[in-house]
Design a protein around this ligand. Structure first.
Ligand code: PGA
Length: 252
């Protein structure tokens, strides 16, 4: 049984005060939640404060990105050991905004995956197609390549600690969500590729989140699909009430 994982990717939003207000609001509403894993991904600058504010909760806290090297002359970057050193446990790797605006490729995603897993940081690896690729019926090919190349040389043991997020680029921040059927089709394909690479047992345990305009009014129809095990949420994670409603999707 896969435990649903609802994660908020705050992107480049909030200042310190706003980050703490959001965290404390979620803490008031969601501290007792046990059947859904909750993840907060604030800007890296606020990780120590958000980790502190989450004391006494089961919330997972993570970074939105990291470099694959452990340390060195990489101005502006942070590494997996640094993430761990402030008490954060997770990292988002290969978000489509990183791929689009910062030149990330399946190759750099793969290096980051190895680095995170080696250090003991739990990665959410993001994949997803553009509108052009979907219209050209290339969705499953694109996602398959991203999964295979992003997870190159990852062991089955490591894979048990990985979360995958399927985020169609055309659905991110646009208000256009993939229909539950469209999302389920890709999620099922991802799981079958994982089964091929890592074996069925591992594949059945991997949580696959959907991301792209997930809102309180569409979360339930997505979450009831058999291969959708959570959500990676941007816009709707920035507000206490809407993120609370997402975590409480069963009541929607
Ligand atoms: P959105 O972002 O919920 O604002 O569409 C999702 C994401 O980019 O993770």
């Amino acid at each position: 049984m896969r435990k649903p994982f609802i994660a908020g990717n705050w992107k480049m939003n909030k200042d310190l005060k706003g980050a703490l207000e959001l965290t404390n609001g979620l803490k008031r509403n969601l501290t007792d939640v046990e059947d859904v894993e909750i993840g907060l991904f604030p800007p890296a600058l606020f990780l120590p404060d958000v980790v502190d504010a989450c004391t006494g909760t089961r919330f997972a806290v993570g970074a939105q990105n990291m470099h694959w090297e452990e340390k060195g002359a990489f101005t502006g970057e942070i590494s997996a050991p640094m993430i761990l050193s402030v008490g954060a446990t997770h990292v988002i790797i290969g978000h489509s905004e990183r791929r689009q605006h910062f030149g990330e490729t399946d190759e750099t995603v793969n290096k980051k995956m190895h680095s995170a897993l080696k250090a003991g940081v739990l990665p959410i690896m993001c994949v997803g197609e553009s509108l052009e690729q979907r219209e050209a019926q290339k969705t499953l090919d694109i996602v398959s390549t991203q999964i295979r190349d992003g997870l190159e040389s990852i062991t089955s043991g490591q894979m048990a600690r990985v979360v995958v997020a399927y985020e169609p680029i055309w659905a991110i921040g646009t208000g256009k969500t993939a229909t539950p059927d469209q999302a389920q089709q890709v999620h099922a394909t991802i799981r079958s590729i994982l089964a091929e690479i890592f074996g069925d047992d591992v594949a059945q345990g991997v949580r696959i989140q959907y991301g792209g305009s997930v809102k309180p009014d569409n979360v339930k129809s997505l979450m009831t699909q058999p291969d959708i095990d959570g959500a990676l949420v941007g816009g709707a994670s920035l507000d206490v009430d809407s993120f609370t409603a997402l975590v409480n999707f069963k009541e929607a």
